[in-house]
Design a protein around this ligand. Structure first.
Ligand code: UD1
Length: 418
């Protein structure tokens, strides 16, 4: 097992070139299975979840290769529709292949997907929607088997605007005859990016971002060259990291609209923020104070994927703030580790309350999921002394070259064998 050894107390300042978004790249890679010809993806993040998706695509018969930072995928040679269980368990996004394989091959054999343990992550909304499109789905002892028969467009209203279910249904609907309307669909920017990719491949999808998505089915997709949108969660993480250490940061290639719910809170606390066409600049001057109530919610609400990093940040100067997690039931595990570092916080089932602000102390802590791990990196960089974070594999799921980026900002971090 590997760990990160961090020396706290350095001020982090500089520029960050935002990577392509994990949560856009993974469904786009799943969608590529439905295309004929070459796909060239620009700005695809080099993270372990993308590696896991590449392993699945390769096992299914796709030709995938990295060249000069570009990822090329050719799915012409797909020869299977069964995803091995150990590959399904590597990450949550393996589930998107249900929709795309159903569309491409008329059949998919999957098992329950893995991913970070942040509470129950059912796929009932995915399954209900795929059934509405005409898929026959049943569970065996080991697998979930999906057969298309003939997919037909339908009007589907999601019980909850699930990001994953919206994406899965968009993919299956491409192969369905006629129009599909997905109501109460998720509005995340990554959904818009998936729509843009599909349309770049010749598909006709409209409405992403509005809450109702219309997919014109029965169109064969071709490969295309596509640039993945910037990762708002990565950008938000480095923004909080720099400000937490009293620094100044320029996030290149990302617009205010993607991080508005976070920037409003920082604005309100006195941080200096300027946004332009080239990116977001922010600076801490040392006298900022935040006292806020944060409730995670689907986009454009405060992202659950920035909740742990925000809590770590608020231990410095967010006395009285309350952070409430409303999307996943077990997403406050990291807060117990913050307590070990001396954070004066109260943790209940859904909330963390910042009771007082103290300088954290470096101690050994454990990352148990991706964003919780990122929160511990922020805490370690703010803390007095040395913090050892085990285990780095969660962080590498979603952050591209974190050591290089943190060092480029002036942070002291090394990876070691625990
Ligand atoms: C996606 C993101 C993840 C992010 C999350 C919230 C990807 C690959 N992952 O996850 O990084 O943290 O959105 O922004 O994009 N639910 C059900 N039944 C379902 C599906 C979801 O009850 O069939 C519930 C979940 O348990 C959760 C909520 O709906 O409480 C939101 O889940 P969803 O939006 O689907 O998140 P993911 O797609 O898993």
């Amino acid at each position: 097992m590997k760990g990160y050894h961090i020396k706290g107390g350095r001020v982090l300042s500089g520029k960050i070139e935002t990577s392509g978004a994990k949560n856009a790249a993974l469904p786009i890679l799943a969608a590529s299975v439905m295309t004929k010809g070459e796909n060239t993806l620009l700005s695809c993040p080099q993270i372990s979840d993308v590696d896991s998706m590449i392993s699945i695509l390769t096992a299914l018969g796709c030709k995938v290769r990295w060249e000069d930072g570009l990822l090329s995928v050719v799915a012409d040679g797909i020869r299977g529709c069964r995803i091995p269980d150990h590959m399904m368990k590597e990450m949550r996004s393996s589930v998107f292949l249900a929709g795309s394989l159903l569309g491409r091959c008329g059949e998919a054999v999957i098992s329950n997907p893995g991913g970070c343990d942040i509470g129950k992550r059912p796929i009932d909304i995915h399954i209900d929607g795929l059934r509405r499109l005409g898929a026959h789905i049943w569970q065996t002892d080991e697998n979930i088997v999906l057969k298309a028969g003939r997919l037909r467009g339908a009007k589907i209203r999601l019980a909850y605007p699930s990001v994953g279910a919206t994406e899965n249904l968009m993919l299956a609907a491409i192969a369905a005859e006629g129009l599909t309307e997905i109501e109460n669909s998720a509005k995340e920017p990554e959904i818009v990016d998936l729509q843009n990719y599909i349309n770049c491949c010749g598909g006709r999808v409209m409405g992403a971002g509005s809450g109702t998505i219309t997919v014109e089915g029965g169109i064969k997709l071709h490969g295309c060259q596509y640039r993945i949108l910037p990762d708002r969660i990565e950008a938000g993480t480095y923004l909080l990291m720099a400000l937490a250490t009293g620094g100044e940061i320029m996030l290149e290639g990302i617009g205010r609209e993607y991080l508005d719910s976070l920037l409003q809170i920082l604005d309100g606390g006195g941080y200096r923020i300027r946004c332009s066409e080239t990116g977001i600049w922010a600076k801490a001057c040392g006298f900022e104070r935040i006292n806020c109530m944060i409730r995670t919610a689907p986009y454009p609400g405060f992202p659950t994927d920035l909740q742990p990093q925000m809590t770590a940040f608020l231990t410095k100067n967010g006395k009285g703030s309350i952070i409430e997690e409303n999307i996943f039931e077990k997403r406050l595990e990291y807060a117990k580790e913050l307590k070990k570092m001396g954070a004066d916080i109260e943790i209940s089932e859904k909330q963390v309350i910042i009771k007082d602000n103290h300088i954290l102390c470096g101690v050994p802590v454990a990352a148990k999921d991706l964003r919780g791990g990122a929160a511990l990196m922020i805490a370690g960089l703010m803390a007095d002394g040395y913090t050892d974070i085990a285990d780095t594999k969660y962080i590498k799921r979603g952050y591209s070259r974190p050591i290089d980026k943190i060092r480029a900002l002036g942070g002291e971090i090394i990876e070691y064998d625990c």
